[in-house]
Design a protein around this ligand. Structure first.
Ligand code: F6P
Length: 502
């Protein structure tokens, strides 16, 4: 706790400082507060800490033994203590650990990836034109985001579609333009007990007419094969040592490989593995994931900011904020420590975001002049891949301008036209949007999330908070069918409304 208090003392000393003041006091920070790892460049000079506060943050990282914590993660130790599991997503993309559990996981994952590669090759030459991926949460957001980010403007081989929501309109709208004879489905669910995926899977099976063109990915492969009558060779396994929201690198990424090609899927994994090596081996003060995590703790615990935004200045990354919302908020939305005692500091802020420049014309007003300060991550791409060079320059000029305006502000005699400034942001610049750079960026966020969980002493790999609502929903199905009464008085009133108007 003393270390968190030290941070607050630094925050009190620096309160209200604008980037311009911090730069005036330390010109070199513009360049010195940056880190470059492979294709990722990140500049933290517009965060509200100075070198002394940053040293205090590094002392916190050392005191919490972040280096040893990364080693435990990579070695496959039981970091998910409440479920008694390892979290070996790093073994899906590399073999950086000598520990037996990690080596075994790497070997198993590599074998399944080769099987997946063969299924991809078969589907590419099968005459199938469309793939419908059915899954939700970690079994949807990662594949959906990466496939959208890296697909060709005109799909070369297969068009990949995603259905997640239990709302039947999602299935109806996705399937309406497709031909069942030229479509295959992939049902993805770690548990194969998820209501949404079972209901949507049944819609797909009925629509396709049989299970011949249904594939499944699950940590419960028997259940998957039995409940949808799928041949074992079309079921790909995953494992309880991979968390759902950390699973896009496993066979959960099957839709990614179909959308962008198996080779490029492997490049995505290679990009993540390169970043893994950095996260595991770089000293804490040069470690990008650690710096990102310490910055998050600074903004949350020293400055008290309750929200965080991620703004992607690239249309292809428009789904990144939704993906990160699950990764960050499902991992860090906890109030108790590993031992069950209350966590002493506030944990995850509300994460949200969108794609620039659209966001500038919707909610950026509040970011510039609202009463709440919302620290941001900006993500920009240096090299352009589309044929519209002028647009790319405009995109980059907006990216640079927004970060500058938020940080420096601008005074005016007219309070309505005055910009307070002092609004922090981190600037990520990727060389280009490639499978490698996206893999590295996502791995950076995964490791930052883990480092934050260690700093707060919480478990980044369970998600018991989502269970109560699921249980209640199952209990309310009979009430909606008129077969039972709801226990809760407000729910009974709402059910009466639904019945009287349906
Ligand atoms: O409800 C949350 C959750 O358990 C997520 O953690 C998970 O990614 C998602 O549901 C889907 O679960 P499954 O892959 O088991 O269908």
């Amino acid at each position: 706790m003393a270390l968190f208090q030290t941070l607050q003392q630094h925050a009190a000393r620096l309160r209200g400082a604008k980037t311009a003041d911090l730069i005036a006091a330390d010109v070199a920070r513009a360049g010195d507060f940056a880190l470059k790892v492979g294709p990722l460049y990140a500049n933290f000079a517009r965060q509200g800490y100075d070198r002394d506060a940053l040293a205090a943050l590094h002392a916190l990282g050392e005191a919490k033994q972040l280096g040893a914590a990364f080693q435990r993660l990579f070695d496959g130790e039981i970091v998910n203590v409440t479920e008694g599991r390892a979290a070996l997503h790093t073994a899906l993309r590399g073999n950086l650990s000598q520990a037996a559990a990690a080596r075994e996981a790497f070997a198993t994952a590599s074998e399944v990836r080769q099987r997946m590669g063969r299924l991809v090759a078969e589907l590419e030459t099968s005459g199938i034109t469309d793939i419908v991926s059915v899954g939700i949460g970690g079994s949807d957001l990662g594949p959906r985001m990466v496939a959208d980010a890296l697909r060709d403007p005109l799909p070369q081989k297969l068009r990949v579609h995603f259905i997640s929501n239990v709302d039947g309109a999602a299935a109806q709208r996705t399937l309406a333009p497709l031909d069942p004879d030229k479509t295959a489905a992939i049902l993805i669910s770690k548990t194969f007990g998820t209501q949404e995926t079972l209901l949507n899977g049944a819609i797909l099976r009925d629509w396709l007419g049989d299970s011949e063109r249904i594939y499944a990915v699950s940590a419960n492969p028997q259940r998957a094969a039995q409940s949808f009558d799928i041949d074992a060779e079309r079921v790909l396994p995953m494992w309880d040592w991979v968390g759902g929201r950390y699973s896009l690198w496993s066979a959960v990424g099957f839709p990614i490989a179909l959308a962008i090609g198996f080779d490029r899927f492997e490049q995505l994994l290679a990009g993540a593995a390169e970043f893994d090596a950095h996260a595991l081996n770089a000293p804490l003060h040069e470690n990008l994931a650690v710096r990102h995590a310490l910055t998050a703790v600074w903004n949350r615990n020293a400055l008290g900011h309750a929200a965080h935004g991620v703004m992607t200045y690239d249309q292809r990354l428009a789904l990144l904020p939704a993906y990160l919302q699950q990764l960050v908020m499902e991992s860090l939305g906890k109030s108790v420590k590993l031992d069950g005692s209350p966590v002493a500091a506030d944990t995850v802020p509300v994460w949200w975001g969108g794609a620039g420049t659209d966001v500038q014309h919707s909610f950026f007003q509040a970011l510039h002049q609202g009463t709440q300060v919302v620290p941001l991550d900006f993500v920009g791409i240096v090299r352009n891949d589309d044929p519209h060079a002028e647009n790319h320059l405009a995109l980059l000029s907006n990216l640079l301008a927004q970060s500058e305006a938020l940080a420096n502000g601008q005074g005016s005699d007219d309070p309505h036209r005055s910009y307070p400034g002092g609004r922090p942001s981190t600037m990520f610049l990727l060389d280009a949007l490639t499978p490698q750079s996206l893999g590295a960026l996502v791995a950076m966020y995964e490791h930052s999330v883990y480092a934050q969980s260690v700093l707060w002493g919480i478990n980044a790999f369970d998600q018991f908070g989502v269970e109560l609502g699921k249980q209640l929903a199952n209990g309310l199905l009979p009430a909606l069918r008129g077969e039972s009464e709801a226990a809760d008085a407000v729910t009974r009133t709402l059910l009466a409304q639904i019945k009287s108007r349906s």
